[in-house]
Design a binder for this molecule. Structure first.
Ligand code: APR
Length: 231
């Protein structure tokens, strides 16, 4: 079981040029999330939803991991095997490209496509379309492998187990507005873990944390990792 569980959100990828959701000019100020991030929106206009995530995938391919992603990869290599787990709400692959190995994508991944009929997942091509046939069952029911509002995030049982067993829970670059992720701090804290928030500004649930540090992820995450590895 990991000793340190790290929850990441869009803020850790902001300095890589990927937009956040709720900041000024965030994605949800420019798009209606009901159109592109709900099963109902997908049923209404699947092509629009594929176009939206194809554009996200394109942005992601053009982005590089930043110093915060790199620091978390250093933390994992610097501690004993299995001691660090990153649970990310992000659908980009910047943690993996920075070198982190223990990464769980609770909201899915741009890198994968999902069959709405049989649940098969496969590596997504650069662009997906609703009529693409599923490689497993052949149905023309391809959707992005992204967890939308109203759907159950991935790996919830495993995540809760890790949260209740860890010594330290750290939340990085997330607004604390979206559950269940926003509730992880309380789960970890109630089970006895220390809790730390690293974010540009105080999140909606900052008061649930024992400690908080404010600043850009590329400054405060490497500084915190250096303390942990040096201490
Ligand atoms: N460094 C650190 N934090 C930053 C930076 C930065 N450079 N830039 C922005 N932030 C912070 C913001 O202050 C904000 O608190 O990152 C947070 C981003 O919050 P959101 O845009 O709400 O993103 P997130 O918390 O990941 O959203 C959760 O909502 O719709 C969705 O499914 C989507 O996974 C996403 C979920």
């Amino acid at each position: 079981m990991p000793k340190i569980v790290i929850l990441t959100g869009a803020g850790i990828s902001a300095e890589s040029g990927l937009g956040t959701f709720r900041d000024v000019d965030g994605l949800w100020t420019r798009y209606d999330l009901n159109d592109v991030a709900t099963p109902e929106g997908f049923a209404r206009n699947p092509a629009l939803v594929h176009d939206f995530y194809n554009a996200r995938r394109d942005n992601c391919r053009g982005a590089a991991p930043n110093a915060a992603h790199a620091a978390l990869a250093r933390l994992e290599t610097g501690l004993a095997s299995g001691e660090v787990l990153v649970v990310t709400q992000n659908i980009d692959d910047l943690h993996e490209r920075a070198g982190s190995r223990a990464v769980w994508h609770m909201h899915g991944e741009l890198a994968c496509a999902l069959c709405a009929a049989c649940g098969a997942r496969w590596d997504a091509p650069a662009a997906t379309r609703p009529e693409d046939p599923c490689p497993a069952c052949g149905a023309p029911t391809t959707r992005p492998d992204v967890v939308w509002f109203g759907e159950m995030p991935y790996l919830m049982d495993e995540i809760f187990e890790a949260l209740t067993d860890c010594d330290l829970f750290v939340s990085i670059g997330t607004s604390g507005e979206v559950y269940p992720a926003a509730g992880f701090v309380r789960v970890a804290s109630d089970a006895g873990a220390e809790t730390l928030e690293l974010n540009l500004e105080a999140s909606a649930n900052v008061l649930d944390f024992d400690q908080q540090r404010q600043g850009k992820a590329t400054d405060i995450v490497p500084a915190w990792v250096a303390e942990v590895l040096g201490g």
